[in-house]
Design a protein around this ligand. Sequence first.
Ligand code: MG
Length: 351
Amino acid sequence: MTDATTLACPVPASRYDRVVLGHGSGGTLSLSLLRDIFLAAFDDLALHRLEDAAVLGAPPPGARIAMTTDGFVVTPAVFPGGDIGVLAVAGTVNDLAVSGARPAYLTAAFVLEEGTPLELLRTVARSMAETARRAGVAIVAGDTKVVERGKGDGVFITTTGVGWVPEGRSLSSSAARPGDKVVVSGPLGDHGIAVLSVREDLGFDTELVSDVAPLTGLVEAALEACPTIRCMRDPTRGGLASALTELAEASDVGVVLDEAALPLRPAVRAACELLGLDPLYVACEGRFVAIVPEADAPRLLEALRRHELGRDAAIVGSVTELHAGRIALDCITGGKRWVLRLAGEQLPRIC
Ligand code: MG
């Protein structure tokens, strides 16, 4: 491969099959990378205008603006059921959705390592475009930077999302009350175990695929059927245990989980037993946990199960005035144990 820096007249990104430092120059090579990979996949007009900033429409009257940002470093970049592109869109869209917001706009910043195959970037860009379409969100601005070989790991993506919280809707992590029910929208830990299953040093065989998906539709269906939902979280890094601990602390209540009610696929259960992992801490990327008044829990469950992403939704526990800020697990074996906040990172580079 010719070194781009020695060329007087840079060739288009399509003449290369890997990222070169020149793709981060801000010049002709950067533009060809942008056109050949990203603009070819993303069709939003605000992006194609290539201004310094996207100038966008205002929220509907009475709506409030929700905004969130997240960096994605998953390894490997392509895993069973998805890739870092699906993850980078779904992760940010889901943080908006569980806050009660309807996702509207997304920006994406890429840090690319010299030598990364352009074919991988094409795959990732197509995944992002497809996931954004599913989520009903427009990718309106972006940036690419290139770092030298060995100073990155293929591709890192940071996405920022903006959405609208409709008038009258207010979800709050401090709103859980004793007696409320804890509902999860589907099986736990699929994403973490699916990614782990393809890491080079762990050769166990499983058909498991990541649950990564944009939750916009499922969350809207849930809130329509059950506007009394107190709060929602997506149990990503740190899993259900971490998400519930945050809610319990914010609401100053305790939570009791019923181990027998937790939806776990046999492959996740088996992998966790083999590796000594607790599925309560394994990341999901297409699930949410909701706290809902007891009387409304069956209605929520019914609405979730009607949706393709919520078929295995379950009521997994309840909120108690006892042990504020702490999660207890009623074990299948009959005992009870505390589910403590995760001390370190159980599974690094999972999202
Ligand atoms: Mg979240």
